[in-house]
Design a binder for this molecule. Structure first.
Ligand code: ZN
Length: 465
């Protein structure tokens, strides 16, 4: 949702009305007959055998690879070059014959990944930068869009015992409240979705009690959001011994959820946290169930766990997640290096919840990190990454050495122009004003001593994770 400048000039009541009208429009688009049909498939598939899941996955994989060969230029050339014939695929392991796809390969030639047999008018353009500030535009086919919202309802909310008919609060990345706003409300209402959309950019000691009062008044059944945005509220709840009894579940998304953060959120909100893994590329979807196990959604993607030489690691060991999307025919990603790490369990002995969806042992990630604003506001990486949906940036890093400024290292293509820089600065200003921003262009981002690059380095930080 790109927010028009005119929105910010409206009084709050009209901003709420605008957000709600947008909500009604999106609801009609999302919850149609295709959505109902594919939701039913996802619901029924939760209890089929592991063998049936594997068989279904193989059918989807073969269909996707044949489509790639016929209609997607990048794969047409690749398959020809390596002599790969999708029609001959007999086992999921045959995927190993295809080299791993890097994000930079897609960034260099995004058009090559778009299917030529489908109309662009039937596609939905989405942007992502993950939590690493490398922006990528992804096209979803309109039918796949229905699958995504079915997944949210059946596998994500469904596993947490809530639904899209329940009242909810969001703490994700939309900038619905200007960063310069000093007084509540730091949230807007979307009546269509029964949603209280709270800002991830106003969380400091002074403002958090207002967030809590708003939640107590609105009485959401669940919260969905970034752990970096939810945990400061949880810490306040622990300290103040206040509570929000209506909330029965917290769904954590888009950022690594450490055991420590999970336990803070569960203690503060006095309910269970459900972890969710997905991305705009949608090569994999993983959701936590009420028994605390992570389940892969096999219909969405094949998740391989590989070592640093791209060989499979044994079950039980952590490795890099390389995934193949099975449903988005508009822009397929085959053996895509996600940059995330995880592990399958040594043995999948099933889950007490009764779902037969394959179990995933763990999702690994980087420690949570924030920028600190002069008035104590903390803004986490997933929220900040939404400012980086800018053309021609290859990589970025944020370094904060003082409380009133941040240095942004940028690796850009030669197409990166002044107006791209201006756009990035204006998007960042919406989120972290009045922090001063200094851009520095570099050839590459130094990993330092860490194998895994930290996107935000905050040397002023006095918070604890
Ligand atoms: Zn389960």
């Amino acid at each position: 949702m790109k927010i028009n400048t005119a929105y910010y000039l409206l009084p709050v009541i009209l901003q709420n009305a605008t957000f709600s009208i947008y909500g009604y429009y999106m609801r009609r688009k999302r919850y149609n007959s295709t959505h109902r049909k594919v939701s039913e498939i996802l619901r029924n598939n939760e209890y089929i055998s592991l063998e049936e899941h594997a068989k279904y996955q193989l059918e989807l994989l073969k269909k996707m690879l044949v489509h790639c060969k016929k209609h997607v230029p990048y794969y047409q050339k690749l398959f020809l070059r390596i002599g790969f014939n999708p029609e001959s695929v007999e086992r999921l392991e045959d995927l190993n014959k295809i080299p791993v796809l890097e994000k930079k390969d897609v960034l260099e030639n995004p058009e090559e990944f778009i299917a030529r047999n489908l109309k662009k008018s039937d596609m939905i353009l989405e942007e992502t930068s993950g939590t690493s500030g490398s922006p990528l535009k992804v096209y979803w086919h309109k039918d796949f869009y229905s699958w995504i919202y079915a997944l949210y309802e059946v596998r994500m909310r469904g596993s947490a015992g809530v639904s899209n008919n329940d009242k909810r609060a969001n703490l994700t990345g939309k900038v619905l409240v200007p960063a310069s706003q000093k007084k509540p409300p730091f949230w807007r209402y979307n009546i269509a979705e029964k949603q209280l959309y709270m800002s991830s950019y106003h969380l400091n000691d002074h403002n958090i009690p207002y967030y809590v009062k708003a939640l107590q008044k609105f009485k959401p059944k669940f919260i969905i959001g970034y752990p970096a945005s939810i945990s400061p509220i949880a810490k306040y709840l622990i300290k103040s011994e206040d509570e929000i009894p209506s909330i029965i579940a917290i769904i954590s998304c888009s950022e690594y959820l450490s055991d420590e953060t999970r336990s803070i959120i569960e203690k503060g909100f006095r309910c269970k946290v459900y972890n969710h893994y997905g991305s705009v590329e949608w090569v994999a979807a993983i959701n936590e169930c009420e028994k605390g196990n992570l389940h892969v959604t096999p219909e969405f993607g094949i998740v391989e766990i590989l070592d640093n030489k791209d060989n499979p690691v044994p079950n039980g060991q952590v490795g890099e997640m390389v995934c193949t999307g099975l449903l988005n025919y508009a822009m397929p990603f085959v053996r895509y290096r996600t940059g995330d790490q995880g592990a399958y369990p040594e043995n999948d002995n099933g889950c007490g919840c009764g779902r037969t969806l394959p179990i995933f042992k763990s999702l690994e990630g980087r420690k949570m990190s924030y920028l600190t604003l002069p008035d104590g506001r903390l803004v986490g990486s997933a929220a900040l990454s939404t400012a980086f949906h800018v053309e021609n940036i290859i990589e970025s890093q944020l370094i904060q050495d003082s409380i009133d400024s941040v240095k942004i290292k940028l690796v850009v293509t030669d197409k990166f122009k002044d107006n791209d820089r201006e756009y990035l600065l204006s998007e960042l200003n919406k989120r972290i004003f009045p922090l001063k921003i200094n851009c520095e262009y570099v050839d590459c981002i130094d990993n330092g001593s860490n194998a895994k690059k930290q996107w935000i380095i905050n040397r002023t930080a006095d918070y604890t994770d």
